[in-house]
Design a protein around this ligand. Structure first.
Ligand SMILES: O=C(O)CCC(=O)C(=O)O
Ligand SMILES: [Fe+2]
Length: 294
């Protein structure tokens, strides 16, 4: 982790010693609601919004205890899906910060952003993407590999101590092994490589967490997810962050609406994390041009 004044301020103001120690040792930690401050009412409101979006995007009603009411399919299987996985078990709702202020407030939650800053660098941290995973019962899930990966895999080796990306997974429903929770390999952020097989699967442990928890992990941490064996939905929001030198998944700096950025709990922070004031990438001539004198 980059040692800076910012890190010790964040630790002191929110009492994050335990969580930073776990991030240092294991590469992942689970932060409970009494520390991050997001109330059960707000979690339930977000669940309600996501169930509505899921219905309007797919055409099927969704419920927490039953999952999708109608049988779904991907019109064309996305690249990389094998025949066994063609029956969908999950899909992503993207660009959440466009959809409702609650999702913008979540993205600037001070404990989330503080911990991201400890991993990536407080001045360098930016948004990468805001996605919800809508996941339901299915034997296959990501298949025998559990979809194990490190999020910063697109970045060239060697990776250093500073995270190039870092992630928060907000659990909007209970996270259990049977229910298809996150899988991860403790300490794997220190291997400094993309996930290696078969050890990534052999060493994977479930991240069991109660509804409302925020899972935080380093971009080098090997992780995936177990298949959901039980009826109903596992809902999460992955608010993913990056070092400013890394390309974002979603375009914030070029096209996120300023008026939406202004409408949240911490507009200055939101705009900074969008990268609105970054020098790069420029969209017009940014350097001064000399002109004829006189
Ligand atoms: O919960 C999952 O399916 C995996 C989440 C994940 O890989 C991520 O947020 O980066
Ligand atoms: Fe991931």
């Amino acid at each position: 982790m980059p040692v800076s004044a910012g890190t010790s301020e964040v630790i002191k103001s929110f009492g994050l010693e335990k969580y930073l120690l776990e991030l240092e040792v294991d590469g992942l930690t689970v932060v409970p609601p009494e520390v991050h401050g997001i109330t059960p009412q707000v979690i339930d409101q977000m669940v309600g919004l996501l169930l509505n979006y899921a219905e309007s995007m797919t055409g099927s009603p969704f419920s927490l205890d039953k999952g999708p009411e109608k049988r779904l399919h991907f019109p064309q299987p996305p690249n990389g899906l094998t025949a066994a996985a063609e029956e969908p078990g999950q899909f992503l709702i993207q660009q959440l910060a466009h959809k409702n202020r609650l999702f913008r407030d979540l993205a600037v939650n001070p404990v989330a952003v503080g911990l991201m800053g400890c991993l990536v660098g407080h001045k360098a941290v930016r948004f990468s993407s805001h996605n919800s995973f809508i996941k339901w019962q299915g034997d296959y899930g990501y298949g025998p590999s559990l979809g194990m990966h490190a999020d910063q895999t697109a970045q060239p080796l060697p990776w250093g101590r500073t995270a190039l990306t870092a992630n928060t997974n907000w659990c909007l429903t209970e996270y259990s092994n049977e229910g298809g929770c996150l899988a991860y390999v403790p300490g794997s952020h220190r291997f400094g490589t993309p996930a290696q097989f078969p050890q990534a699967v052999r060493q994977a442990v479930p991240v069991e967490a109660s509804k409302g928890s925020m899972i935080v992990f380093h971009g080098a941490t090997w992780h995936g997810a177990f298949p959901r064996k039980t009826p109903g939905l596992r809902l999460s929001i992955a608010n993913y962050y990056r070092h400013q030198a890394v390309t974002s998944q979603e375009d914030f700096s070029g096209s996120f609406p300023n008026e939406l950025a202004e409408d949240c709990d911490d507009a200055e922070r939101f705009k900074e994390l969008c990268g609105f004031s970054d020098r790069f990438p420029y969209q017009k001539q940014s350097e001064k041009v000399p002109t004829v004198l006189g």
